[in-house]
Structures are given as C-alpha cells and as structure tokens.
Write a protein that binds this ligand. Structure first.
Ligand SMILES: [Fe+2]
Ligand SMILES: [Fe+2]
Length: 339
C-alpha cells in the first residue's frame, strides 16, 4: 500500500527533473526555426525562390514599388517660382512658427551655413541631417491614424497612403544624398540620437493635436523649400563653392530610377525634383492641418494618376526597346520566326 502510494510521487519527481534538464540544456535549433536562414545557407530554396536579385547585388538599384510623382519641366517652373508662406493664425501656430524660426537660426549658426555661398560640407551635413528627420512625421502620422482606425473600427478617409508616401519620399531623399555625400561617424551618431528625441516629440504632438502637428510639418517644409531653392540658385551661379563642387556632378543611379530621369541626368535635376517634392509636402501638410479628421483626403486621385504614370513608364521601358524590367534586369524576349 505504502509502495504503491509512493510510486506516483517518484514518477512526478522524475518527470519534473527531466523537464528541468530540458530547460537548462543549450537550445538546439530546430530545422526551419532557429537554423541559418536559407538566404545565408548553401542550400537552395525548396520552392525555387531566388536568394538574391543579381542586378540589385551588382548595382544596388531596383524600381521602388511605391509610386512617387515625377515633376515635368513645366511643373518644376511653376512650383519653384513662388514660395508661399502660411501666416500663423492661432496661438499654437504662432508659438510653433516662432520656435521653428529660432531653431532654424540656431541650426544655421551651429553648422556654419552661410546662405550666400555655403560650403559643400555644410550643405551636405544639412541635407543628410534634415532628411533623416523629415522622414519621421509622415510615418508617425500614418501609424497613428492606422491604429486609430483599427482601435475604433472606423475609416481613415484615405489619409494614410499620402502620409506613408511622404515618409518614403523623404527616405528616398536621404538615400540619394547618402550616395552622393556619404556621412562620417559623427553625422551618423548625431542622426541616430536625434531621431529618438524628435520622434518622441512629434508622436506626443500628434496625439495632442494632429492639426498643430501637420501645421508644424508645413512650416518645416516651407523652410526646406527655401533651402533647396537657394541651393539650386547657388549651384547655377559660377564662382560659388557649390557650383564648383556639384555643378557637373552626375545623378546617382538611385535618383535616376526613382525620379525616372535620363541616363545623363545631373545632380541639379535631382535637386529640382527634391525641391518640388518639398513643395508638395508643404501643401499637403498645410491642407491636412486645415481639415477635420473625417474629411476625405483630396490627394487620392493624384496617387492613382502617379501610379498609372509609373506603371506606364516601366511597362514601356520593358516592352518598347529599352529592355529593362522593374528589377532593372534585361528583358528576355521570345525569339521570333524571322530572327
Ligand atoms: Fe526631403
Ligand atoms: Fe519634405
């Protein structure tokens, strides 16, 4: 009787010890879970998925799957000929506008930026740093509206896509400048640390007042337009440091693909596309700042048009003799009877 009563306890003890040993043993990766990812292993994918896109590996470029606007010469002349400024009306707008002007003045002093004839280094730092910040608001605003839509089981009224497109557009500005003006460790460290502070401030601002947050971005974009138009003017002026350093600089591949530029495009054309993008961010954010949260996004039709133009361009490029597809791979054409 005693022996039979003790047996279940002994079995329970043994199984507890086995479980404890299993917990303490070094974890062995199970096939498909903790093992080396197939992309980094010598084996081939069971479904034949290619590990890499060879063209991307070789040249680092492919067609960005988002659809950005490519500005025509007429559009560039129009949007870059004037620099409208929003006049603050509310108390919050006046505070934000004055604060940004103070920060802008301080930033110019600290970075040694002289608008009349800036050094290439001061402009390069400015571009990398400011574009790394400019990509934050669109993503935070889109994320905020996305989660709100899920949380309240409510529609977004079409804003999210525009905000995501803005964030991606700013990131592509940054990646373009990374190719032309590679940053050193100091710039990288400043960008890394700044993102934490700015993202936290902007997220808080968006929670408290999306209108003020969009208005703030609108004011920042006004300043970006002023800076880019100034850089463009100086690059065109013989005798300036920017004209000497960047006047005949070719556009990097990433920019030629993103803005669908000619093969021989130069950096001045890239700057004009970027400046025009900033005018769009300015107008979009000032518009959103003046709208109710439940107003439908007026830019939806523009995105469809841009997507259509993008697909048409790459389709024609692949089918009308230009011979590259969306991954910039040569198009394999079927041989005709005549050939
Ligand atoms: Fe930008
Ligand atoms: Fe911008």
């Amino acid at each position: 009787m005693l022996r039979s009563a003790a047996r279940p306890n002994a079995i329970a003890r043994r199984s507890a010890i086995v479980r404890l040993r299993a917990l303490c043993a070094p974890a062995l990766p199970r096939e498909g879970s903790m093992g080396t990812h197939f992309r980094n292993s010598p084996s081939s994918h069971p479904l034949g998925v290619p590990k890499r896109i060879e063209r991307v590996v070789a040249k680092g470029e492919w067609v960005n799957p988002t659809h950005n606007h490519v500005w025509s010469e007429e559009e560039l002349d129009k949007v870059l000929s004037t620099q409208p400024r929003h006049q603050p009306e509310t108390f919050a707008e006046r505070v934000v506008n004055s604060t940004l002007k103070g920060v802008y003045w301080m930033f110019n002093k600290v970075t040694g930026y002289r608008a009349a004839d800036p050094t290439p280094d001061s402009v390069a730092f400015r571009l990398i740093f400011l574009e790394s910040i400019a990509g934050v608001p669109g993503m935070i605003a889109a994320q905020h509206r996305h989660f709100r839509s899920l949380r309240h089981m409510d529609r977004d009224y079409g804003w999210i896509h525009t905000l995501l497109e803005e964030a991606e557009n700013e990131r592509m500005h940054l990646l373009t400048f990374m190719k032309t003006f590679p940053p050193g460790p100091v710039t990288r460290s400043i960008v890394f640390v700044t993102q934490f502070g700015f993202a936290a401030i902007f997220a808080s601002m968006y929670i408290l007042s999306p209108r003020v947050a969009h208005r703030t971005v609108g004011y920042i974009e006004e300043m970006a337009v002023v800076t880019y138009c100034n850089v463009i003017d100086i690059m065109r002026t013989p005798g300036t440091q920017l004209h000497t350093a960047w006047g005949s600089m070719p556009a990097p591949e990433i920019a030629k693909t993103y803005w669908r530029l000619r093969e021989d495009a130069d950096m001045l054309e890239v700057f004009k596309q970027i400046a025009a993008d900033e005018t769009n961010h300015r107008d979009v954010n000032h518009t959103f700042a003046s709208m109710a949260r439940t107003d439908p996004n007026p830019y939806v039709g523009k995105h469809h048009k841009d997507a259509n133009q993008c697909h048409t361009f790459w389709h024609e490029k692949a089918t009308e003799g230009k011979d590259v597809d969306y991954l910039m791979n040569p198009v394999q054409r079927p041989k005709t009877a005549a050939s």
